[in-house]
Design a protein around this ligand. Sequence first.
Ligand SMILES: Nc1ncnc2c1ncn2[C@@H]1O[C@H](COP(=O)(O)OP(=O)(O)O)[C@@H](O)[C@H]1O
Ligand SMILES: [Mg+2]
Length: 271
Amino acid sequence: MKSTISEFDERRAAARIAELQQQVQSLQQQLLQAQKMSSVGVLASSITHEFNNILMTVINYAKMGIRHKDAAMRDKSFEKILAAGHRASKITTGMLSYARQQGDRREPMDLVPLVEDVLVLVEKDLQRYRVRLTTKFDDHPFAAVNSGQVQQVILNLIVNARQAMEQGGNLTVSVRQNKEQGQAELSIQDSGCGIPPEKLRRIFEPFFTTKTADEQGQGGTGLGLSLARDIMEAHGGRIRVESAVGIGTTFTLKFPLIAAPVKPVVAQTVR
Ligand SMILES: Nc1ncnc2c1ncn2[C@@H]1O[C@H](COP(=O)(O)OP(=O)(O)O)[C@@H](O)[C@H]1O
Ligand SMILES: [Mg+2]
């Protein structure tokens, strides 16, 4: 029997492989987006509560402004309403920019504002679970990043940290640069339950989770850290973890450090 593979078959196989590769890529993209949305889902209840509080502020100060005719009181009411409106808009802007699907492009970014945008989203959730947040932004290192993807990693790490502190605790988020090693570093440290060594070996595996569904049906997917590692590798960076049972856990993201872009000099008009 002849078993030569015709050129036709070969071409067909090559076309099929290309097709499958495309499908895998598209599924990976979808998985990334789905995981991103599920991590926002964890925050939904806290964000809704926060919006309710903001609306109560708006309603109460509007009532006060209507009731009191004196200008000073009305000014104060308007100021409170305005501040509440700004706060609400900061949160929705943060949500929208977080949820936006972005391509694969990486751009030079200061890591500090990148983290700050995520903190706006989690602030309430942390308060609600009695987690005290400390930020240490010693430097403003730049790295070439896809901001959506890196924010997804940061949010995952913060949500994991909060979930590890059931009785409340301390969360420290730091950004610094390590010039000798040419690295921009971002670390997220919690005072939670810690991870025993036999589990520590497995936490980056896809679908590894120790979380069972809570009353809101939100368990773990076990995808957060596995995607975090993929995203860090795509950035030429690394993710490191240190943990001690009963003391807490620190995750550190390391990116190749790049020079801060030179700000364009704005021409001054001479009068
Ligand atoms: N900060 C942390 N403290 C304690 N355990 C953690 C922490 N972060 C991750 N883990 C452990 O790693 C597992 C995998 O995390 P992850 O990939 O984000 O999946 P998920 O959060 O859906 O369970 C968690 O289920 C948990 O057991
Ligand atoms: Mg997680």
